[in-house]
Design a protein around this ligand. Structure first.
Ligand code: ADP
Length: 600
């Protein structure tokens, strides 16, 4: 921004500002001194010419002097160097051409100097295009004048003036002074500009390397945080596994009613702690950009039934009515997508709906918005008649570790991570969650998701066999458990004894391979993180065995670590299935039943 200066300002410093570039400052400075010098010189010339009784010339120099004074005032009032330079150049061109063609009708050293001045001035002040323009406008007519061999016919009918020597000397000196002045200022400005550029480049280089160091540090600390979280979570999950497993066992052992109440609380709290650890772990993984979405085929109605099964019980225990409505169009379809992540999203939304509703209904709608040839666009909506959310909070509830208010934490618990995970999981797939809610009336969370459709037709689903019947199949099964944690071993032994099984234990992967080599087993339960040889490598070795019976023994991985990405590694190393520790006894039993070929 230009400083505002008063009309009576004559100082150069007041018209120079920090915002002007070094070159522009040089231009203004140059104009200032050029005008000064020109005014003095033209005034001196005029006096000289006047004393020489050249009144017409004195009149024209008088006009020139007046114009220079006005330009000087304009410059010191508003430093518009571009306009002023143009005006000066037009004046100089007029002086030059009128000298050559009218006044002197001759080309002398002063003409050459003036042309040189115009060339230098126009290039420095106005750049290449204007420089060329003014140079040619002045040069071509003068050259023509010389080439046309002036033959003593006056160009116009006026006799040329004879200028006395002193005037010519003043003009020559002044012109040289101007040429030196111009080069002096511009040379200084160019050198300064180059220095500034060099310094800026050096500073930028320094900044860049500092920035790189900071980024590297940040990346390292993010990695360290993420590693710390996964190690911690593993360390927490292992003893939690024991706590939940033990409470399961104790509950199965027909405790007294008062003991059962305590055990239920113990199990509930341990499960809550586990959910919290899982949430932190999962959010950490999403933030670290480590989420890879699967694209496998599944049946949407089946998935929804599975997700809603447990949730319906929870809702009904709380006295709520639970409704699941699935569009019949979707019944016959097999779609492609990531069932695990979809389950996680729906599960979180329904859990919240149940948590924040004291009476009334929970509705889960799955509606087909569009059924095209090879894709379906599905709308998922979870609606409740719960406490609702204030309008102002509808956005912040999706922030990590944020709940509606402090009283929410006190009354309902939770970490405030559920919706942050839901939102990010959807966003990573290019989708958006929509929420509408009214305080005291209820809330609705919904989103649309598009699925490619398989050409497969869904077979009419068979009724699943009741699990209890499986106990007989399992009894006397030869089970090898590869597990290094003694508490887990004890827990599993107790659990298996209830199913009539006495498992064999291998304390690490290497022992497990030896035992499979020399013994006979129907199924292996393989912990993944073990000393000496881990579960993945042990499974790979077993699958390489010569005896096809041994090489094909069903293996179920027992995993306590990060929830979802482990799945691919489990299958890649040849294992058949996996259960996440702390596993539910029913889940493990069902997976074992599915894998073993009935004996006999
Ligand atoms: P958490 O459930 O652990 O508190 P969430 O991220 O899942 O964390 O939810 C954040 C907040 O959003 C909740 O604490 C609650 O205040 C509000 N909220 C989420 N779902 C509902 C709902 N269905 N009804 C009312 N409030 C809700």
């Amino acid at each position: 921004m230009n400083k505002e200066v008063g009309f009576f300002n004559f100082s150069l410093n007041k018209i120079l500002t920090k915002e002007q570039s070094i070159l522009d400052q040089a231009r203004i400075r140059l104009l200032y001194y050029v005008l000064w010098l020109a005014i003095i010189v033209v005034a001196a010339l005029q006096v000289n010419i006047y004393l020489d009784h050249q009144y017409i010339l004195a009149f024209t120099t008088g006009i020139l002097l007046f114009s220079l004074l006005i330009l000087f005032k304009y410059l010191t009032f508003r430093p518009r160097w571009g306009i002023i330079s143009h005006i000066l150049l037009v004046l100089a061109t007029m002086v030059n051409l009128s000298n050559v063609f009218i006044t002197l009708q001759n080309v002398n050293i002063v003409t050459a100097q003036i042309i040189l001045l115009i060339i230098v001035f126009s290039f420095y002040m106005l750049g290449q295009t204007c420089g060329l323009f003014y140079s040619l406008v002045n040069l071509i007519p003068v050259l023509l004048f010389l080439v046309l061999e002036y033959d003593n016919d006056y160009v116009i009918g006026i006799k040329p003036k004879v200028i006395d020597e002193s005037t010519i000397i003043i003009a020559i000196c002044a012109n040289f002074a101007l040429i030196i002045l111009m080069h002096n200022y511009f040379y200084a400005a160019f050198v300064k500009s180059i220095k500034v550029l060099r310094n800026t480049a050096e500073e930028r280089g320094k900044l860049n390397s500092e920035l790189e160091q900071v980024i590297e540090k940040a990346e390292k600390s993010a990695q360290a945080k993420s590693e710390f979280l996964s190690i911690m979570s593993h360390e927490i999950r292992t003893p939690l596994n024991a706590v939940i497993g033990m409470s399961n066992l104790l509950i199965m052992g027909n405790p007294r009613p008062d003991q059962k109440d305590n055990l239920d609380i113990l199990k509930f709290s341990a499960n809550n702690l586990l959910a919290l650890v899982n949430d932190v772990l999962d959010f950490n993984k999403i933030e670290a950009g480590k989420i890879v979405f699967e694209n496998i085929s599944f049946n949407l109605p089946d998935l929804m039934q599975n997700v809603c099964g447990g949730q319906r019980l929870k809702a009904e225990e709380k006295g709520l009515e639970f409704h699941l409505k699935i569009d019949p169009v979707l019944r016959q379809k097999i779609v492609f997508g990531d069932p695990t992540r979809l389950t996680q999203i729906i599960f979180n939304l329904i859990s919240n709906a149940i948590k924040f509703t004291h009476h009334g209904n929970i509705w889960v709608y799955v509606s087909c918005l569009e059924d095209r040839h090879n894709t379906v666009n599905v709308n998922f909506s979870v609606k409740d008649t719960g406490i609702g959310i204030a309008k102002d909070n509808l956005e912040i509830i999706f922030e990590p570790f944020t709940q509606e208010s402090i009283s929410t934490t006190r009354q309902y618990g939770g970490t405030g991570l559920g919706l942050a995970i839901v939102k990010r999981l959807l966003e990573l797939q290019g989708l958006q969650i929509v929420v509408s809610s009214e305080l005291g009336a209820g809330s609705e969370f919904s989103f649309n998701m598009e699925f490619p459709v398989s050409t497969e037709i869904v077979a009419v689903s068979e009724d699943k066999r009741p699990l209890t019947a499986g106990a007989d199949i399992l009894s006397n099964l030869r089970v090898l458990i590869a597990e290094d944690n003694m508490v887990n071993v004890m827990l599993m032994k107790k659990l298996f004894s209830k199913w009539g099984i006495t498992p064999t234990i291998a304390e690490n992967g290497e022992r497990a391979i030896e035992m499979v080599q020399y013994g006979n087993f129907d199924i292996i339960l393989m912990d993944l993180q073990m000393p000496v040889l881990n579960g993945f490598d042990a499974a790979v070795e077993i699958r390489k065995m010569r005896d096809p019976k041994k090489a094909n023994i069903p293996i179920i991985a027992l995993t306590a670590s990060a929830l979802f990405d482990i799945k691919e590694r489990v299958f890649n190393s040849g294992m058949n299935d996996y259960v996440s520790k702390p596993f539910k006894p029913d889940e493990l039993r069902e997976k074992m039943q599915n894998l073993i070929v009935p004996i006999g």
